[in-house]
Design a protein around this ligand. Structure first.
Ligand SMILES: C[S@@+](CC[C@H](N)C(=O)[O-])C[C@H]1O[C@@H](n2cnc3c(N)ncnc32)[C@H](O)[C@@H]1O
Length: 350
C-alpha cells in the first residue's frame, strides 16, 4: 500500500488501475479523476459536490492535484472507508463473479472454476473504529441482503449528523426501516442503483433479478430521495448485451426522474467476453453508425465509439459465443437481444 501511495503521489501509473487510465486515454472522465475532484472539495472546502457531474467539458477541467502540498498540515486520519462487507448477494450478474457474489459459486464450479469462498465477517472483525469515519461506501455483495449494513447503521445511528453514506445496490431488496430512518438524519446519502438494461434484458443480465421489483424500488427511491435530498444515481455497465439498447434505458430513466448526469456508465473491460471490443467487426461497424445519431449524452456516445474502434483483445469472437452460450445453458436462459444472438448463432463470425 505504501508503494502504491508513493507511486500515486509521484504521478506514476499503478498496476490494477488500468481501467481508469484506459478511460482517460479515451478522454472519458475516470472514477480516479472524479474521486480526486470530489475529495478535494470535501476535504479542503467542506463542500459536497454532486457525486458525479459528468459533462463533455469535465475531462478538460480535472487536473491531478498535489496532495502532499494540500494536506501537509493535516493530521493523518482515515477519511473514507470502502466497505465490501460481504460477498453475499441474491443475484449472479453476467459481469460479476464469486468474489463479489456468492450466487456465482454454483455456476463457476460447473464452469470448472474454483470459486471464492463465502466471506461474511461481522464489521467489527476489520478492527476499524467505523463510528469515527465520516464517509463510508458499501459495495457488495448486495448491501441490503447482508447483515453488515444493519451493523453499519447501528454504529452510525448514535451520531449520524456528519455522516456521508454511499451504497451500490441491485435495486431488488429494500433496506430495513431502521436504515431508512437513519438515512433521514445523516449529512448525505448517495445511492447507486445498478441497472444494466430495460425490462427483461436487465433480468437476463442481472440473473435472479425481477424487473417489476426493480422498477417499483427505483420509484420508491426517487420519491423518497426528493423528500430528503438523497442523491439517487444509476450505475450501468456498458457490455455486449446492452450496447445497442442503452438509449432505451437512458431515456426511460430520465423520464422516471433520474437526471442525465446521474447515470454513471462504466465500460466493461473484464470479463473480456463482455467487452464490446470483442464483438465481430461487422457488428461493431453497425454500432458505430448507430452511435452517430443515438440519443445519449455526447460523452457516452464518444467513449463507446472510441472503444468500438479499438482492436479486440480476445483471439476470437468464438470465446464470446462460448461464454454466452454456456451460461445460457447452465441457467436455462434465452438471450433476449435478438441482434446479438444472431451473431452468436452464426458460425461465420469468428
Ligand atoms: C459488483 S456490484 C455490487 C453491489 C450491488 N450488488 C450492485 O449490484 O450494485 C457494484 C457495481 O459494480 C458494477 N459492476 C459489475 N460488474 C462489473 C464489471 N465487470 N466491471 C465493472 N463494473 C462492474 C455493477 O454494475 C455495480 O454498479
Amino acid at each position: 500500500m505504501n508503494d502504491i501511495r508513493q507511486r500515486m503521489l509521484e504521478g506514476k501509473q499503478v498496476e490494477g488501475c488500468e481501467k481508469c487510465y484506459h478511460e482517460e486515454s479515451l478522454k472519458y472522465t475516470s472514477q480516479r479523476q472524479l474521486l480526486n475532484q470530489w475529495f478535494s472539495e470535501w476535504l479542503i472546502n467542506d463542500n459536497l459536490l454532486p457525486w458525479k457531474e459528468d459533462s463533455d467539458s469535465l475531462f478538460e477541467e480535472i487536473n491531478d492535484l498535489n496532495w502532499v502540498e494540500i494536506f501537509k498540515n493535516t493530521p493523518i486520519k482515515l477519511q473514507w472507508l470502502a466497505l465490501h462487507g460481504s460477498n453475499i448477494c441474491n443475484l449472479a450478474c453476467r459481469g460479476c463473479y464469486s468474489l463479489l457474489s456468492t450466487k456465482w459459486r454454483k455456476d463457476e464450479i460447473k464452469l470448472g472454476i474454483n470459486p471464492h469462498p463465502t466471506n461474511d465477517p461481522d464489521i467489527d472483525w476489520y478492527g476499524i473504529d467505523i463510528a469515527s469515519i465520516d464517509f463510508i461506501t458499501m459495495f457488495g455483495g448486495e448491501p441490503f441482503y447482508m447483515k453488515q449494513s444493519e451493523q453499519l447503521i447501528d454504529k452510525v445511528e448514535a451520531d449520524p449528523n456528519n455522516k456521508i453514506l454511499q451504497y451500490f445496490t441491485n435495486g431488488t431488496v429494500l433496506p430495513s426501516k431502521q436504515t431508512l430512518d437513519v438515512w433521514k438524519d445523516i449529512r448525505k446519502l448517495i445511492l447507486y442503483i445498478s441497472v444494466d438494461a430495460f425490462g427483461e434484458d436487465n433480468d437476463y443480465f442481472r440473473y435472479g433479478s425481477d424487473w417489476n421489483t426493480v422498477e417499483q424500488n427505483l420509484q420508491f427511491y426517487i420519491s423518497e430521495g426528493a423528500k430528503y435530498n438523497w442523491e439517487i444515481k444509476v450505475s450501468t455497465l456498458i457490455n455486449i448485451y446492452n450496447v445497442d439498447k442503452l438509449d432505451v434505458l437512458h431515456n426511460w430513466l430520465v423520464n422516471k426522474g433520474i437526471q442525465d448526469t446521474a447515470i454513471m456508465y462504466n465500460l466493461c473491460i473484464y470479463p473480456q467476453e463482455l467487452d464490446i471490443r470483442n464483438l465481430p467487426q461487422e457488428y461493431k461497424e453497425e454500432l458505430i453508425e448507430q452511435y452517430s445519431t443515438i440519443n445519449l449524452p455526447n460523452n457516452v456516445k464518444s467513449v463507446v465509439q472510441k472503444h468500438l474502434e479499438m482492436e479486440p483483445n480476445l483471439s476470437s469472437f468464438i470465446v464470446v459465443k462460448a461464454f454466452s452460450e454456456k451460461l445460457d445453458e447452465l441457467r436455462d436462459q434465452h438471450n433476449p437481444n435478438i441482434k446479438l444472438e444472431r451473431y452468436i448463432k452464426n458460425d461465420s463470425f469468428k
